[in-house]
Design a protein around this ligand. Structure first.
Ligand code: PGA
Length: 256
């Protein structure tokens, strides 16, 4: 971490928790986070779409912000099964995950689509959390930097320097997601530093120094502090460990 960038810990609940289960989880999290100041760390929860309304009501005036797990690029239309940015905005959604590897792998999302989704989020005052990361075979073939470069440049195509200040990037090596196999802090730092250099080349060094880059992939309370101690790791995108209040709160507190 670096004191110029406020840490951001986001919980990606994936396809877990009904609306009533979501409320119970948020109530538990709120109690665990009493006294934690949102000026020190941004805590974000990203429940399934069906729980956003209920959770939004519960999070008013709290130290936790609301995120969604995806967003469509059109403002409305005949796109069965998709959710538009103005729909999220009305529920006080502040962040939207885009380009998660599960979306890329199982639902065919491309860099171009990720780019359009991220732009639509920004146009509606929602900060995109743009996910990038290589698969195991790509790492083993020495392609990590090439894959990440392609995803970062594609995902951020056409972005202005100003817009970049509202973008969060999540580096999530696919082989570390849900597997219990975390990248070592040094492995993660190496890619985070690479992404920051890329941002400096694409925009400038001022922008690169301001953009927050989260690590994701089997983050839990036990490994959060060491990951977060790396210079270019500014937070975490947490799946499994965000489904339980104490474990997730401990990750948030690891940044303090
Ligand atoms: P995990 O998931 O923490 O369960 O590995 C991370 C993610 O997919 O964002």
């Amino acid at each position: 971490m670096n004191s110029n960038r406020k840490p951001i810990i986001a919980g990606n609940w994936k396809m877990y928790k009904t609306a009533s289960e979501a409320l119970a989880l948020v109530n538990g999290l709120k109690s665990e986070l009493v006294g934690v100041r949102d000026s020190d760390v941004e805590a974000v929860v990203c429940p399934p779409f069906t729980a956003l309304y209920a959770v939004s009501t519960l999070l008013q005036e709290s130290n936790i912000q609301l995120g969604a797990q995806n967003v469509h690029w059109e403002k409305e239309g005949a796109f069965t099964g998709e959710i538009a940015a103005p729909m999220l905005k009305e529920l006080a959604v502040r962040y939207a995950i885009v380009g998660h590897s599960e979306r890329r792998q199982f639902f065919g999302e491309t860099n171009e689509g990720v780019n359009k989704r991220a732009k639509a989020a920004l146009a509606n005052g929602i900060r995109p959390i743009i996910c990038v990361g290589e698969m195991l075979a790509q790492r083993e073939a020495g392609q990590t930097e090439a894959v990440v470069r392609d995803q970062v440049t594609g995902g951020l195509a056409g972005f202005t320097k100003d817009a970049m200040l509202d973008v969060v990037i999540a580096y999530e090596p696919v082989w570390a997601i849900g597997t219990g196999k975390t990248a070592t802090p040094a492995q993660a730092q190496e890619v985070h530093a690479f992404i920051r250099e890329l941002l400096a080349a694409m925009f400038d060094s001022v922008v690169a120094a301001k953009v927050r880059i989260q690590y994701g992939g089997s983050v839990k309370a036990a490994n959060a502090k060491e990951l977060m101690s790396q210079a270019d790791i500014d937070g975490a995108l947490v799946g499994g460990a965000s489904l339980e209040p104490k474990g997730f709160a401990d990750i948030i507190k690891a940044t303090l």
